[in-house]
Design a protein around this ligand. Structure first.
Ligand code: 13P
Length: 251
């Protein structure tokens, strides 16, 4: 059985003050969740958010991590720097990093291997653009992202994968339950081929892209969807409704 995992991605939003306030509000609302819960926050907010989430079931994650131990990498954050604050997760290869900051599958791979070596769970993002979906190359694109991004990973069950179709991110256009399930089943099958079928059954695969309190229940009901990576809906208490997707009858 795979334990569901709902994570937020604050992207470049919130301040120490507004973030602390939100976490204080969320804590009682998510305390009985039947899933793992995390908020991935901007690096500068990590110390304050770790403090705010202390004693709760909300884990704090980072939005990226560099592969080197230390050195001349201006603007980057190392695994050791994250570990110092007890950070458990790091998003890697988000489409916004790929699109706006030139991150490649090779970089995703190095970051993933470094995170694993330091006991940080990488949330590795994959997904196709609208052009790629319409061109019928979704599976080809995702296969390459998985093969190159996860090359050399020894225990793939320690990796979380987030399927985020680029056309569904921040657009309000969610993949249908069927589209998300189909592609995530393909991802699981590919993990089985690249690693081993038994490992593939254990890997947590999230859906991300305009997931919200209204559509989360349908997405989470799909057999291969184990969780969500939530952008804008993680900036408000709506995140708690998603975390409690199995308890909110009005959803
Ligand atoms: P939205 O939920 O705002 O579409 O963002 C999804 C996302 O990119 C999470 O990483």
């Amino acid at each position: 059985m795979r334990r569901p995992f709902i994570a937020g991605n604050w992207k470049m939003n919130m301040t120490a003050e507004s973030g602390t306030k939100l976490i204080e509000e969320l804590k009682p609302l998510v305390k009985d969740a039947n899933c793992d819960v995390a908020l991935c926050v901007p690096a500068i907010l990590i110390p304050a958010m770790v403090k705010a989430a202390q004693g709760s079931n909300i884990a704090i994650g980072a939005e990226n991590v560099h592969w080197a131990e230390s050195g001349a990498y201006t603007g980057e954050i190392s695994c050791a720097q994250l570990k110092e604050y007890g950070v458990k997760y790091a998003i890697i290869g988000h489409s916004e990093r790929r699109q706006y900051f030139g991150e490649t599958d090779e970089g995703v791979n190095k970051r993933t291997l470094a995170a694993l070596a330091h006991g940080i769970t990488p949330i590795v993002c994959v997904g196709e653009t609208l052009e790629e979906r319409e061109g019928g190359v979704t599976e080809k694109v995702i296969y390459k992202q998985l093969k190159d991004g996860l090359a050399g990973v020894e225990d793939v069950t320690k990796v979380v994968i987030a399927y985020e179709p680029v056309w569904a991110i921040g657009t309000g256009r969610t993949a249908t339950n069927v589209q998300a399930q189909e592609t995530i089943a393909f991802i699981r099958k590919t993990i089985g081929e690249l690693f081993c079928p038994k490992c593939a059954e254990k890997v947590i695969i999230q859906y991300g892209g305009s997931m919200n309190a209204k559509n989360c229940k349908g997405l989470m009901a799909q057999p291969d969807i184990d969780g969500g990576l939530i952008g804008s809906a993680s900036l408000k208490t709506e995140f708690a409704q998603i975390v409690n997707y199995d308890n909110y009858f009005e959803n």
